[in-house]
Design a protein around this ligand. Structure first.
Ligand code: ADP
Length: 407
């Protein structure tokens, strides 16, 4: 069974085609700059050279057509016919208040995705376009949607309610949702495996540190708490996002800088975080290089980032009543031994002891704590696409589907 996983952004589509028998990736790639003059498709079939083409892609429909044509191309494709692709899994950033699991796509699901566009105006419209484009071009192929928010739906109300009038929770679903759920779920399961403990018994603090970054406290396979909130702007400072701040800063800056809602949204989402503090970059590599060369703002940006990670690790350790493991994942978590070292050097108080050499040499799934460390520390490369493919397979099988029941 072959399953296509799609991640549709506002001007991009990323894809991976899986052969589920051995969970191998047959091909992967992405389309960038949809709707602009210089759209590019990058494609890599397993074991072959990466290729790039310029393709005219005015919209998501033509982008997905280009992806599908590439997958069946006699020269660089990996399937003979589209019928070989038996299901499509879509990544959806925001599932709103009602989706607590991945689900099969039907009219009702699409209607709900439309209803909650307001909660994720940048992300969900692209995903809906992706679903519609696939439906038109592969009309009988079942589709499943997998939400970044779904894993967090089990949080207790004390962790998802904000201190604003309750009527806004009831009226507008204003609450903490949490994001990166697919990633936290994956590394949480892998951490339990690495511990040799049943997933249902493991207490894990997952640190997803990429351009977007969030921490998550997982207790026996259920999310207890997470750092992102109503939107992915909350929690840690990120590449360009501000993370947690006193909400009064928002209207103070609006007044002082004469900004409207869009202006302040742009400032907090696109000009803040590592970029805004360091003035160097949103990317941690140049920021680290500048800090090592003595740039004081870059040093400060890294200190703030590390302090915020520690803040959440401390909170989650208490909330969980201890932890079996702390996991580092995503671009920074998997690759920056320096950030891991800075964080872990302050964890002796909770009984987590870093193995400095293992940390420096970590590659793939690695235990980076010392053998007698009470709390284990792991580096676990995340794999959100695989989780999406697995959910898709499970739901398609579970529903034992007739092929004509969509739309
Ligand atoms: P996202 O998926 O949220 O866009 P990623 O998970 O790709 O983000 O993470 C991007 C971050 O990872 C960037 O800050 C980048 O500098 C960092 N990163 C990637 N590779 C390395 C590396 N080898 N060393 C240090 N940081 C890295």
């Amino acid at each position: 069974m072959k399953i296509l996983v799609l991640n549709c952004g506002s001007s991009s589509v990323k894809y991976q085609l899986f052969r589920m028998a051995d969970e191998s990736i047959l091909a992967k790639g992405f389309v960038d700059q949809i709707g602009m003059d210089n759209s590019v498709l990058e494609h890599q079939a397993a074991g072959r050279e990466k290729i790039n083409f310029k393709v005219e892609m005015p919209d998501h429909f033509s982008a997905i057509r280009a992806v599908l044509e590439t997958l069946i191309d006699p020269n660089y494709g990996v399937v003979r016919d589209l019928w070989e692709i038996r299901a499509v899994g879509h990544r959806i950033v925001h599932g709103g208040p009602n989706f607590s699991n991945s689900v099969l796509v039907d009219d009702k699901v699409v209607a709900e995705l439309r209803r909650i566009i307001e909660l994720a105006p940048l992300h969900n419209p692209a995903a809906i376009m992706g679903i519609e484009a696939c439906h038109k071009q592969m009309p009988n192929v079942p589709m499943v949607v997998v939400f970044d928010t779904a894993f967090h739906r089990g949080m207790p109300p004390r962790n998802y309610l904000y201190g604003v009038p309750y009527k806004y929770y009831e009226k507008y679903s204003v609450r903490r949702y949490g994001f990166h759920g697919t990633s936290h779920r994956y590394v949480g399961m892998r951490a339990a495996d690495m511990l040799g403990k049943p997933y249902e018994e493991a207490k894990t603090i997952s640190c997803h540190l990429g351009n977007g970054a969030s921490l998550c406290a997982i207790d026996g396979g259920r999310v207890l708490d997470t750092s992102m909130g109503f939107t992915p702007l909350a929690g840690l400072l990120m590449g360009t996002r501000c993370g947690d701040l006193d909400p009064a800063v928002v209207y103070y800056l609006m007044k002082k800088e004469n900004l409207d809602a869009e202006g302040i949204n742009n400032l907090l989402n696109k000009q803040s975080g590592l970029l805004g503090l360091s003035g160097v970059s949103n990317d941690i590599r140049p920021v680290t290089a500048a800090a090592l060369a003595g740039n004081p703002r870059a040093m400060m940006a890294i200190s703030v980032f590390v302090r915020q990670i520690l803040h959440y690790i401390g909170a989650y350790y208490l909330e969980l009543g201890g932890a079996d493991s702390i996991v580092f994942t995503a671009g920074i978590g998997e690759n920056s031994s320096l950030i891991r070292k800075k964080v872990c050097s302050q964890l002796a108080v909770i009984g987590a002891a870093l193995d400095e050499e293992a940390n420096l040499n970590a590659c793939g799934e690695t235990v980076i704590s010392l053998p007698d460390s009470k709390v284990k520390i792991f580096v676990i490369p995340t794999n959100e696409e695989l989780v999406i493919a697995r959910d898709t397979l499970e739901i398609v099988y579970e529903k034992n589907m007739g092929l004509d029941r969509f739309f």
